[in-house]
Design a protein around this ligand. Structure first.
Ligand code: ADP
Ligand code: MG
Length: 281
C-alpha cells in the first residue's frame, strides 16, 4: 500500500480581513494524495482550488487542521524543506520569469538548492532538451511564444528536482498545440513514476488522462472519484462548470433512446461497442 505523500486533515482557511459571517475559503477539507498519483482538481471559479494548492506548499498557512508532506508536518520550521519538494507552475508563464534569459531562470532556481556548477549545467541541458527549449535558452522570455514560455517555466521547475508538481491552470492560456505538448509531458512525468502531479484544470483531455478527480465547490470537496466515474455525474459536471465530454454525452443520449452500449470515454470504444450492438440486432 502506497503512503500518502500529501495528507490534509480537517484543513480550514479564511483570508485575513474576510467577514467572519462568510463560510471559510477552505472549509474542513481532508484529503490524502498518494505518491505517484496524478490528480485533477476541478471546480468553478472561486471554489478554493488555488487556495488549497497554496496551503499544500505553505504559501498560505491553515487556520485549523494539519498538512503533512512526505511524512513531515508543515510548520514554520519544516516549511523550507517542504517547499523544495514541491514545484509550482502557474497559469500565466509571464509571472514566473525573473532572469533576462531562459538559461538564467533555469539556473536561478537551482542556485537556491546549492548545486555544483557541473550538476547545474547537466540539468539545464537535460531539461531544456526534454522540454525542447534548447534553441531559446539564451533568449529573453518576451521573445518566446506562450507555449514555449510555459515549457521553459516547467523546465525551470523540474530542474529543481521536485517530487510533487502542482499545475495551476497551466494549460488554460495556451493554444491547442501547446496545450497538447504540456499534457504529453504530464503523461511522461506520470509514467516515469518520479512525480506526484496535482493539476487544477478545466480541460477535459487533461482530466481524462489523470488517475483521480477531486471536485471542489465553496471551499469543500464535493466529489472524489476516477475520471470515468466522475464524468458520468451530470450534477457534478454542471456544478464544476465543465463541458461534458462528447463521447459520454453521446452514450447517455443513446441510452435515453434505449440503445444501451455502456458509457465510453473515447471514440474507438464507442464505435466498437456500437458495432457490437448493431450486429446483435
Ligand atoms: P479558484 O482557484 O477555485 O478559482 P481561489 O482559491 O482563487 O479559487 O479563491 C477562493 C476564494 O478566495 C474566492 O472567493 C476568492 O475571491 C478568495 N480569494 C482568493 N485570493 C484571495 C486573496 N489574496 N485575498 C482575499 N480573498 C482571496
Ligand atoms: Mg485558481
Amino acid at each position: 500500500m502506497k503512503q500518502p505523500i500529501i495528507q490534509l486533515k480537517n484543513v480550514t482557511f479564511t483570508y485575513p480581513g474576510r467577514n467572519n459571517m462568510e463560510s471559510a475559503t477552505i472549509n474542513d477539507v481532508s484529503l490524502d494524495i498518494l505518491e505517484g498519483q496524478w490528480i485533477s482538481i476541478v471546480g468553478p471559479n472561486g471554489s478554493g482550488k488555488s487556495t488549497l494548492s497554496k496551503l499544500m506548499n505553505g504559501l498560505l498557512r491553515a487556520n485549523k487542521g494539519s498538512i503533512t508532506v512526505n511524512g513531515t508536518e508543515l510548520t514554520s520550521s519544516s516549511l523550507r524543506g517542504i517547499r523544495q519538494q514541491i514545484g509550482f507552475i502557474f497559469q500565466n508563464p509571464d509571472n514566473q520569469f525573473i532572469g533576462s534569459t531562459i538559461f538564467e531562470d533555469l539556473v536561478f532556481g537551482m542556485e537556491n538548492n546549492c548545486l555544483s556548477r557541473s550538476e547545474m549545467d547537466e540539468r539545464v541541458q537535460r531539461f531544456a532538451d526534454k522540454l525542447t527549449i534548447t534553441p531559446f535558452l539564451h533568449r529573453h522570455p518576451s521573445e518566446l511564444s506562450g507555449g514555449q514560455k510555459q515549457r521553459a517555466a516547467i523546465a525551470a521547475v523540474l530542474a529543481m528536482d521536485p517530487r510533487i508538481v502542482i499545475f495551476d491552470e497551466a494549460t488554460s492560456m495556451l493554444d491547442e498545440g501547446a496545450k497538447e505538448s504540456v499534457i504529453e509531458l504530464m503523461r511522461s512525468m506520470h509514467a516515469s513514476g518520479q512525480y506526484t502531479i496535482i493539476s487544477i484544470t478545466h480541460d477535459m483531455d487533461e482530466i481524462i488522462a489523470s488517475d483521480r478527480v477531486v471536485a471542489m465547490k465553496s471551499g469543500q470537496i464535493i466529489a472524489d472519484d476516477s475520471p470515468f466515474n466522475l464524468l458520468q455525474q451530470e450534477e457534478i459536471i454542471e456544478a464544476c462548470r465543465l463541458k461534458p465530454p462528447f463521447y459520454i454525452a453521446l452514450c447517455q443520449e443513446l441510452r435515453q433512446r434505449n440503445i444501451d452500449i455502456g458509457i465510453h470515454l473515447n471514440e474507438r470504444d464507442l464505435v466498437n461497442n456500437l458495432w457490437q450492438y448493431i450486429s446483435t440486432m
